[in-house]
Ligand binder design. Structure first.
Ligand SMILES: [Zn+2]
Length: 381
C-alpha cells in the first residue's frame, strides 16, 4: 500500500467514526417567513466533492430580509457555516488540502474559478455567484433545495460541498460558536480595513452596532486605528457597551445627541466612515461630507440625497460600498478570533436548535427575543 493509500484508508476509518445516517435533517424555507423540517437522502459525492458535518451556523445580518421575501423560495438558508469534513472525494482532498475529520469554515460563494475575476482571486465578483448577475447566484444559503444533492444550505445536519467550495481550515480546538464569527468579522475586515484603509493612526467612525458594525470596530482597532467611534441608538445600549470592550474608543448615542456635535467633542474630523445601516434617504451622507477630513474614505450604502461632486473633489474623498469579502479578509478574521485577545464570545448571544431556525432568523432582526447580537443555530443541539 502506498503512503497515499494508507492515508486514505486512515481517513475512511475516521469517517466511520462520524455519523453517516441514511437521511439528513434540514430546516428549509418553503415560503415567506415559513420554515419546515425536511429529511433528505444522504447525498452521493463525486471525486471532487465532499460532505460537511455541520457544527454551527451563524445567522447573517441580511438573512431576515431573505427570509421575508418571495424571491428566495424554496431555499435552504444558512451560510456562516462551521463544520467537520465527513466525506471527501480523492480530487477534493487534493484541491482543498484537507482530510476527513478536519474542521473548516466555508464561505457562501460557489464561483466558476475560471472567469477573469476568479483568476484574480476576486471570486466575490464572479458572475456565477454574484448577487448582481442576471441568473440566480450560486451561493450556499440562497439555492433551491428541491433537486439533488438537496443539502445546499447551512441549516442542516450535513451539507454537500461541490468542487468549487471556498474553504478555510480552522484549529481543532476552536469553539464552533466563535468560528461562526469568521464571516461577519471577515466582512468587518474587508469593509473597514481592506476597502477603506482603516489602519494605523486613523480616526474611524462606524455607524450601526449590529454584527457587521461591531465587526468593523474590531477590524479597525486590530489594524491599529487610533480612534474608533461607534454610533448607535438608545435601544443599542448593550451593544454599545460591548463595543467598548471590543476595541471602540468612544460610542455615540445619536438619540441623545447630534452625530456631528458628538464627533466634534472627541475628534477633529474623521478619516474613515463605515456606515453599516441602510441610511434610508441618504441623510447620513450629508453629515459624513461635513465630518470628513481631507483624503477621507467613506464606505456607505446610500447616496440618494445627492452628493455634490465638488465636495468629493474638494476633500479628495474616496467613496465605496460593500461587495462581499475576499479570502484574505476571512483569514485575517480567523487570526483575530484564534488569538483570543477579545471577549468575542460575548457577541454570541443566542443558540437555537434546527427546529427553531424561524425564531433564530427573526431574533437576528430583533423580533421575538430580546438582546440578540450574533445568533447561532446548532443542528445537533
Ligand atoms: Zn468566476
Amino acid at each position: 500500500m502506498s503512503p497515499d493509500a494508507e492515508v486514505r484508508a486512515g481517513s475512511a476509518g475516521l469517517a466511520d467514526l462520524l455519523s453517516r445516517p441514511t437521511t439528513v435533517r434540514a430546516a428549509v424555507k418553503t415560503g415567506p417567513e415559513r420554515t419546515e423540517i425536511r429529511e433528505f437522502p444522504w447525498p452521493q459525492i463525486g471525486e471532487a466533492d465532499g460532505i460537511l458535518r455541520v457544527e454551527a451556523v451563524g445567522v447573517g445580518g441580511a438573512e431576515p430580509e431573505v427570509y421575508r421575501g418571495e424571491r428566495w423560495t424554496p431555499v435552504m438558508m444558512g451560510h456562516q457555516v462551521v463544520g467537520t469534513i465527513a466525506e471527501l472525494g480523492p480530487l477534493a482532498r487534493t484541491m482543498w488540502n484537507v482530510e476527513v475529520g478536519e474542521r473548516v469554515v466555508i464561505q457562501e460563494y460557489l464561483p466558476c474559478k475560471a472567469c477573469t475575476w476568479c483568476m484574480r482571486g476576486e471570486y466575490r465578483f464572479c458572475p456565477r455567484s454574484d448577487f448582481f448577475s442576471e441568473s440566480p447566484p450560486r451561493r450556499f444559503g440562497l439555492m433551491d433545495f428541491t433537486q439533488p444533492p438537496h443539502l445546499v444550505g447551512g441549516f442542516a445536519e450535513f451539507m454537500f460541498l461541490p468542487w468549487n467550495t471556498v474553504i478555510h481550515r480552522i484549529p481543532q480546538d476552536l469553539p464552533a460558536k466563535l468560528a461562526t464569527l469568521a464571516i461577519p468579522l471577515g466582512n468587518g475586515v474587508q469593509w473597514a480595513t481592506l476597502d477603506v484603509n482603516a489602519g494605523p493612526g486613523k480616526t474611524v467612525l462606524v455607524i450601526g452596532p449590529g454584527q457587521q458594525g461591531l465587526g468593523a470596530v474590531i477590524a479597525a482597532k486590530q489594524a491599529g486605528a487610533a480612534n474608533v467611534i461607534l454610533a448607535g441608538l438608545s435601544r443599542d445600549r448593550r451593544r454599545l457597551d460591548l463595543a467598548l470592550r471590543l476595541g471602540a474608543d468612544h460610542v455615540l448615542n445619536v438619540d441623545e445627541q447630534d452625530l456631528l456635535d458628538g464627533l466634534r467633542a472627541i475628534a477633529q474630523g474623521v478619516d474613515v466612515v463605515v456606515d453599516t445601516t441602510s441610511d434610508p434617504g441618504g441623510e447620513n451622507m450629508k453629515r459624513y461630507l461635513q465630518a470628513a477630513n481631507q483624503g477621507a474614505y467613506l464606505w456607505v450604502n446610500c447616496m440618494d440625497s445627492g452628493v455634490p461632486v465638488r465636495d468629493v473633489k474638494r476633500k479628495y474623498l474616496t467613496v465605496r460600498s460593500g461587495r462581499g469579502r475576499t479570502y484574505q479578509a476571512v483569514e485575517r478574521a480567523l487570526q483575530i478570533i484564534t488569538s483570543r485577545v477579545l471577549p468575542l464570545e460575548d457577541l454570541c448571544t443566542h443558540v437555537f436548535p434546527l427546529e427553531d431556525v424561524d425564531l433564530a432568523i427573526k431574533a437576528t432582526a430583533g423580533r421575538g427575543v430580546e438582546g440578540a447580537i450574533h445568533v447561532i443555530v446548532e443542528p445537533w443541539l
